[in-house]
Design a protein around this ligand. Structure first.
Ligand SMILES: N[C@@H](CCC(=O)N[C@@H](CS)C(=O)NCC(=O)O)C(=O)O
Length: 349
């Protein structure tokens, strides 16, 4: 086959591969997203694929000789029979990759992660010990629950550390990891992450499977829009209702304005949902987790979802999932916390 222009993007590679092209020597694919790509028998020799996401890709029999795969994500990648002669795999993550009958002669494997990896001779590398993540939360915190659900959906081992927001958040040791005295906080070894959306992004990058972020541009936008609308529009509008439920006086005009804002959000969500089973894409994504852990509170705050039947069905499906069931706040805990919430909210007025 005639050699064409050097490939320099994942979409171009996938398109040309689908048209039958197989020889892509010296490809420039540093950082490319080729997660789950089917590329068996491809020639990527001398290619630059450093930091590329090739997790779960099918690279059986691929020629990757002299390729730069340093720092590449090769988790679960099928590399059976691949030629990796003189390839640079330093710092690559080969956890659960299959290298059976691959040719690794003179390949560089410095700092490569080989955990549960099938080696060329069929031997299985032992699993690396997992570091345990710690999630600081309270069971009633909607901001924490979205992180909790994501950890469960991704089946990531973690330790749950419960705080009482009646003062634990101002303890000096907690302020060291959370300077704005807020939960959630995720601690991963010596790295502390605050802000739930940043934590969700971190988890997605660090534990890409199962993926909670679609790849298609419009789906990515829908996911992010639903996340931001939940946090910036919906949650603030629920505050006057929460104030009322915990026994504070709320001005009727404020309630009306907030109700209108909530209705606009719900209408928008129902439009985004359309006939899809999930909010952002065809699979569960971060938008379902962020919006779907906030919406169940609305009926409890006196805002029924009856006028939004599709949204209601979507929420009912989500709350059946084990991750939602396991993180469901106990109404008794809410009753017991009402006074503390009332005190905190009245100070914020
Ligand atoms: N934008 C933050 C909000 C976090 C937040 O407001 N957390 C509340 C609990 S839901 C909190 O920690 N409040 C304690 C306080 O402010 O003292 C996020 O998304 O993580």
């Amino acid at each position: 086959m005639e050699k064409r222009d050097r490939v320099n993007s994942a979409p171009d590679l996938l398109h040309r591969y689908a048209s039958g092209e197989r020889i892509f020597e010296e490809a420039r694919l540093s950082g490319a997203d080729l997660h789950r790509a089917i590329l068996h028998g491809i020639d990527l020799s001398e290619g630059i694929l450093s930091e590329a996401n090739l997790s779960r890709a099918d690279l059986r029999g691929a020629d990757l000789s002299w390729a730069d795969l340093s720092g590449a994500d090769l988790r679960g990648t099928d590399l059976r029979g691949a030629i990796l002669t003189r390839a640079d795999l330093s710092g690559a993550n080969l956890t659960r990759a299959n290298l059976y009958k691959a040719d690794l002669s003179l390949a560089t494997l410095t700092d490569a992660r080989l955990s549960e990896t099938v080696m060329p001779d069929g031997a299985l590398k032992a699993a690396a010990p997992k570091e345990t993540l710690q999630l600081y939360h309270t069971p009633l915190s909607v901001n924490s629950r979205r992180v909790w659900v994501a950890l469960l959906e991704k089946d990531i081992p973690f330790e749950l550390i419960s705080l009482s927001l009646d003062g634990d958040q101002f303890e000096p040791e907690f302020l060291e990891i959370s300077p704005f005295n807020r939960i959630p906080v995720l601690v991963d070894g010596d790295f502390n992450i605050i802000e739930s959306i940043a934590i969700l992004d971190y988890l997605e990058a660090r534990y890409p499977l199962p993926s909670l972020l679609p790849l298609e541009p419009k789906a990515i936008a829908r996911v992010r829009m639903a996340e931001m609308v939940t946090i910036n529009e919906l949650l603030p509008a629920t505050m006057p209702f929460l104030e009322g439920v915990v026994g504070l006086d709320v001005d009727e005009k404020r309630l009306q304005k907030a109700r209108k804002r909530i209705e606009t959000v719900l209408t928008q969500f129902q439009t985004w949902l359309g006939d899809r089973p999930f909010l952002g894409s065809d699979r569960l994504s971060l938008s379902d987790i962020v919006a779907g852990t906030t919406l169940p509170a609305l009926p409890m705050l006196g805002i029924p979802l009856d006028n939004y039947p599709k949204l209601n069905d979507w929420m009912e499906r989500l709350i059946q999932r084990p991750s939602w069931q396991q993180t469901q706040p106990d109404p008794q805990i809410f009753e017991a916390a009402k006074k503390g919430i009332r005190d905190r909210l009245s100070k914020m007025r």
